[in-house]
Design a protein around this ligand. Structure first.
Ligand code: GDG
Length: 467
């Protein structure tokens, strides 16, 4: 078995007693190493302006963590700049929030070159390299230009919007346009993959007959759909276990028989937290009978706090939560419990199991693992209801959810009521369909299908299919 080398923007070396930071990518990627040894390379999360500092190497289980620091300008231009103020908003359909500068783009390209330089010394010719997410799109070109001919795959964790939106990225040919140096590009949904294929066609790429591959300067790149999953069985076990913890007992007692709604999201404008609270407000307004009978727990660890749009959004949520609690709250009941700290994974699993409904209502999301975790955490005999945005990638797989449009306040409020009143038989049948889907397409399935497809991409019969 060849070694697996995974590259992602941020890599956290596990420390005993310290919970990993919240974020779907790291959780998914870690699972790739379960049955194979390898290297996980990326940014340490530290800033260091000395250009001669060597990457730090740490062994944990069968993973060799290799992490490198970033200089202040790199951090500002690559991470806070082009990646998170251009690519993140535009790929989430929010052109209105994008802020482009040429220096940020050159910082983005520079850091991709820097990553390639630092990673090169650790690479062996038969390593399989898997690059993750929008921060590192140009990495393949940088590695190829340094002579690496390894199988190279890329997975985009976030959405890929239609070409009209992709073309709003200034100088997109320098960032998105350089994907042809990969052998395989993976997307979360068919919709994302098809959007990218249309972008390629419009850009004049030489497409294969199947419409799922293209050729550029002698290299064939395949594109495909690989919906990311979770460790379904383990998560279900953790949730069952957590249901008996002291933490859960205290939470249950604090509800005094009220029903629980839960939302868990990084503090990010893509997650639709403001729209969700407005819908809960509407629900309490129009369904006075439910006042004092339901509590909405929103767990929202802060993220990307240095980016102005995130600060603005954080303030908007604070204001709205205060407003709703002030209008409906009573001495013995707070409608929204809003928390800006992460919880441990087991506690979270227990909360999911206790909640009558999860509100997973992003305005756009590549997949959304919280939706899948909520389903995994349920007691199959008395499960809760998943309220899920039609704009989360997960909606393509979780047919048993109550699907909502997060832009329609009344529709979301109606779904909240439906969830609370749904008979047990219907909850069970909806849950069974969803559990089956996430058990079949779990995280191991995701890893195996992507890596097998990457290996296939390198085989000659496939290459012969191109016109
Ligand atoms: C990106 C894409 C895609 C959250 N709060 C806490 C906590 N979390 C965990 C959740 C979940 C993960 O973080 C969040 O994953 P999501 O998928 O919901 O969202 P992103 O971070 O935006 O992830 C997304 C994903 O990559 C994978 O491809 O699904 O579309 O945007 O696992 O449970 N975990 C703990 N405490 C918290 O307070 N322990």
């Amino acid at each position: 078995m060849s070694r697996l080398v995974i590259v992602s923007n941020r890599v956290t070396v596990p420390e005993p007693g310290k919970p990993p930071p919240p974020g779907g990518l790291a959780i998914a990627v870690k699972a790739a190493f379960k049955n194979r040894p390898g290297i996980w390379f990326g940014w340490s999360g530290k800033i260091d302006d000395n250009p001669n500092t060597e990457p730090t190497v740490a062994e944990r289980d069968n993973i060799t963590y290799v992490v490198t620091d970033l200089a202040t300008a790199d951090y500002q231009e690559y991470y806070n700049g082009f990646a998170n103020r251009v690519l993140w908003p535009i790929l989430h359909y929010r052109v209105d929030l994008a802020e482009f500068s040429r220096s940020d783009l050159s910082g983005y390209l520079r850091v991709n070159g820097l990553f390639a330089d630092k990673l090169s010394q650790f690479l062996q010719p038969d390593d399989t390299i898997w690059v993750h997410d929008y921060h590192l799109i140009p990495l393949a070109r940088e590695l190829r230009s340094r002579g690496h001919q390894n199988p190279l795959g890329f997975f985009l964790h976030i959405p890929c919007p239609p070409p009209d939106l992709l073309f709003t990225i200034p100088r997109q040919e320098q960032s998105l346009g350089v994907m042809s140096h990969y052998d395989l590009i993976g997307f979360q949904t068919d919709n994302d993959r098809d959007n990218y294929a249309r972008y390629l066609q419009i850009s004049g790429a030489h497409m294969g007959r199947d419409g799922q591959s293209y050729q550029h300067e002698g290299r064939v790149t395949r594109i495909g759909t690989f919906p990311v999953g979770i460790e379904t069985a383990e998560y279900a076990r953790d949730a069952e276990h957590a249901a008996h913890s002291d933490f859960l007992r205290e939470l249950r007692e604090s509800l005094s028989g009220r029903q629980l709604f839960v939302g868990v999201d990084r503090l990010d404008y893509s997650k639709g937290i403001v729209h969700r609270i407005e819908a809960f407000d509407h629900f309490l307004e129009t369904e006075p009978n439910w006042r004092n009978r339901v509590v909405f727990l929103q767990i929202t660890p802060k993220s990307r706090a240095e980016i102005p749009e995130y600060g603005d959004m954080g303030r908007a949520v604070n204001e709205l939560v205060g407003d709703v609690n002030g209008r409906y709250g009573e001495a013995s009941w707070t409608p929204i419990r809003y928390i800006n700290r992460p919880y441990g994974r087991e506690d979270l699993a227990g909360i999911f199991r206790l909640a009558a409904a999860a509100l997973v209502t992003p305005l756009r999301d590549g997949m959304n693992l919280v939706a899948k975790e909520y389903v995994a955490a349920q007691d199959a005999e008395d499960p809760g209801v998943l309220i899920l945005s039609q704009f989360a990638g997960a909606a393509a797989e979780l047919e048993g959810a109550l699907i909502v449009n997060p832009h329609e306040t009344e529709g979301m409020a109606a779904a909240m009521k439906t969830a609370l009143l749904m008979p047990r038989d219907e909850r069970k049948s909806r849950h069974a369909v969803m559990y089956e889907a996430i058990a079949k397409n779990d995280i191991e399935h995701w890893v195996e299908t992507f890596l097998n497809s990457l290996t296939e991409s390198k085989k000659p019969p496939f290459m012969a299919q191109i016109r």
